[in-house]
Design a protein. Structure first.
Length: 141
């Protein structure tokens, strides 16, 4: 049925949950005809229930920065309205590193805590020095 709808030029949306392993349950054949497949998961550092990480598991026609995973959270903005904040997960890591750096931690200490290489931390430090407050917000009302 989905193939027929695709031939007719209709968009098809499947919503499916993952098993205990985090992978989809059952056969992966259902993804064969899809152009796009995303995985929504709860971030480890989530502060409330309306927070998720968006990752592309399949993306025909998307390239480069468009494939960067995103972290989204529904928050109350300073005006008392609900708003979605959205940032690249690399930015979330950058926020962690910014906070640890502000505490006076060394590259070696940050690398050990976040379990990433010292050279990667060095690249994040360069990014912080060049663009210290890169943050995007999309208002939802």
């Amino acid at each position: 049925m989905a193939l027929r709808m695709r031939r007719e030029g209709r968009a098809v949306l499947f919503i499916h949950h993952s098993g205990k392993s985090g992978q989809q349950r059952g056969t992966s054949k259902r993804e064969d005809l899809l152009d796009t497949s995303i995985i929504l998961s709860r971030p480890e550092d989530a502060q409330n229930g309306a927070s998720f990480t968006w990752e592309w598991s399949k993306a025909r026609g998307l390239h480069g920065d468009d494939l960067e995973p995103l972290q989204a959270e529904l928050v109350t903005n300073p005006h008392g309205h609900l708003a979605w904040t959205c940032k690249r997960t690399g930015d979330a890591r950058l926020d962690q590193i910014r906070a640890l750096r502000a505490e006076g931690r060394s590259i070696r200490q940050i690398a050990a805590e976040l379990e990433i290489s010292k050279s990667a931390i060095g690249r994040y430090f360069k990014q912080l020095d060049n663009c210290p407050n890169d943050y995007r917000e999309a208002s939802g009302g």
